[in-house]
Design a protein around this ligand. Structure first.
Ligand code: ARG
Length: 363
């Protein structure tokens, strides 16, 4: 794409898709003022939002230092998404001390004792480019590093389990049937080559090479390898006790960190991720709740989305990103902000938000 084509495309998108944060904050003067190699780099970062005008964010970093290098363009988008006003510096602090608060939904209402909960963090290794800029060899090398780390966890009393690869010819390779079953069980990630946002960013390239998942024996601790970020580390449980699940993730994450090269982090942006929506804590904590009244039995998410937004929560259908509500109004709720909020703040926001929505539902 030429300079003029990029500018014209973004003008058109800004008109038609005001929700596209990349187009909204695209700074023509800044873009024109860059030298040619930098402009090419930035064009790759924003390609997904240009080719997919309906993007919500519309950009993916290709290298960990992109956020510093292109801060004049990316910071306004980041502030907009995470709700960080211009007067405050972009900075990330961490707090994993689950003993500071109790967030047990079952204590609010017995009916919330059995919700399905999940928390994941995105992590990237500082020794590779981000997934959008990796070669096939690098994807496989990263998977080999991860597989060696999992080998050390295999027999662990708490986190022991098995690595399942979908890389053709891998010693850990699983067959198509098992892959489909794991996707159906909401453990494994879907075929990325069907996602046009990831395709235009180059993140799904070389599918399925370098991709796989570690799963603990109890199937409550999972690590995705080679999806939108190098690693997505998650804990999932049924119950209502968020503390227990966050604690499990904290310990598993520490174990893994000791077995791998350093993660890419920054004092401003926290954990560096492909998508600017995941910076900071890199954390998405969610639970599945049945809200038949607030969703008109799952037919209409508009009201619950509005209410949730004022609580700092985003609502998705229970089938994941871009899906509709399930039967009985089953929805997935999660705190939207990940940057500028600590891990514990995310936990409390999810708990408080879920309690508030439940009160509206049962009023
Ligand atoms: N690139 C897509 C968009 O801008 C997805 C953004 C958030 N989701 C994600 N999986 N990173 O709408």
């Amino acid at each position: 794409m030429t300079l003029d084509q990029v500018i014209a495309a973004n003008r058109a998108t800004r008109q038609k898709h005001p929700e596209n944060l990349m187009a909204r904050h695209f700074d023509e003067d800044y873009f024109r003022g860059l030298d040619e190699p930098s402009r090419q780099r930035l064009t790759r970062i924003i390609a997904s939002g240009i080719e997919n005008p309906d993007s919500q964010m519309g950009a993916y970093a290709m290298n960990p230092d992109d956020y510093d290098k292109f801060a004049p363009m990316l910071d306004p988008m980041i502030r907009d998404f995470h709700g960080l006003p211009v007067e405050t510096a972009i900075a990330q602090q961490h707090d994993w001390d689950t003993s500071s608060t109790s967030c047990d939904l079952g204590a609010i209402d017995r009916r919330l004792k059995d919700v399905s909960m999940r928390v994941r963090v995105a992590r990237n290794l500082s020794t590779f480019p981000l997934p959008g800029a990796m070669s096939k060899e690098q994807r496989v090398a990263l998977e080999d590093l991860a597989a060696a780390a999992f080998e050390n966890l295999r027999e662990d009393a708490l986190f022991g389990g098995r690595y399942l690869s979908i890389t053709p010819g891998s010693p850990h390779e699983i067959d198509a049937e098992e892959y489909d079953r794991r996707v159906g069980a909401h453990q494994m990630f879907k075929d990325m080559s069907g996602d046009s946002y990831l395709n235009t960013a180059g993140i799904s390239a070389d599918w399925p090479h370098g991709r796989g998942m570690y799963v603990s024996k109890a199937e409550d601790f999972l690590v995705w390898v080679g999806e939108e970020d190098h690693l997505r580390i998650m804990a999932m449980q049924r119950g209502g006790n968020l503390n227990a699940m966050f604690e499990r993730l904290r310990i598993g994450l520490e174990r893994l960190q000791d077995l791998l090269p350093a993660f890419a982090t920054s004092p401003s942006y926290g954990n560096v991720t492909s998508c600017p929506t995941n910076l900071g804590a890199g954390m998405r904590a969610s639970l599945h709740m049945k809200l038949p009244k607030l969703t008109s039995n799952g037919h209409d998410l508009a009201r619950v989305k509005r209410e949730a937004k004022t609580l700092g929560l985003a609502v998705r259908g229970a089938g994941g990103e871009h899906s509709d509500a399930g039967q009985d109004g089953l929805v997935d709720i999660s705190p939207s902000a990940r940057l500028g909020v600590t891990e514990m703040k995310i936990m409390r926001r999810l708990y408080g938000g879920a309690a508030a929505l439940w009160e509206m539902e049962t009023a």
